[in-house]
Design a protein around this ligand. Sequence first.
Ligand code: PHE
Length: 289
Amino acid sequence: MKSPDTHVHETPPPGSAPDWTCPQNWDAFSPGEHAMWDRLFARQWDMLPGRASDAFLRGIDVLRLEKPGIPDYRELNARLVDATGWQVVAVPGLVPDEVFFDHLANRRFPAGNFIRTPEQLDYLQEPDVFHDVFGHVPMLADPVFADYMVAYGLGGLRSLKFDALKQLARLYWYTVEFGLIREAGGLRIYGAGIVSSYSESVFALDSDSPNRIGFDLARVMRTDYRIDDFQQNYFVIDSLGQLLDTTVNTDFAPLYVENAALPPIPIADILPGDEVITRGTQDYATAKA
Ligand code: PHE
């Protein structure tokens, strides 16, 4: 996950290039680390048919991600470059926003070069290789989503000039990380934060607690989110084409200015203009509060 609220170093740590990338050093992963990947993969794999979006499942297939062990980027990138021109690059951990956006704009997805420990099976603060590669990379094999992520990177660099990072980060959060999509069979997951989490993959689709609301760009850019627990809202797109077209064909500059004059929308609020797909009970969030 990429969150501007999380602490990042100011300069690349020793062993990293100026763009923060480091060698994946695949041969250095231990058998236990590969086994952790396999354990996480197996758990998601059993559950995702009927839950993950078509594009995600296609990506797993195209990239041969079902092969055991942490993927070796030399192999993975050969397939990914063929599919969409994207590649995965290793980074030690979270990187500064500008560096992150610049990688995306150049079709490079930075992936944390470590894997969670058994104690962190269900929750960890910084994105590891399982979240970044299993969660994000399958979607990058889809040509439309691949273009969306490039446009997002360019838009991110532009947003810095408008002091509008927070608005743009909400768009990332509610699409790339926690997006749902309407397909013929019903709602499906395309967001990496959901699809790489066992419990949220169930919660996002099955729970009565969260709101599920039709995607609206300006509304999403004003909506607060939580980074510490299941989302209270999911925004639903009709297609990846809709997501790409609405974002690419909208000049965000006037939107940034307009939104900045309005208060943020509290996390679980439903507004008069919302296309409500599910009005959540918010029982899960209330019980925890
Ligand atoms: N159209 C946006 C802008 O004017 C750029 C963008 C595209 C941002 C896609 C996010 C996603 O800044």
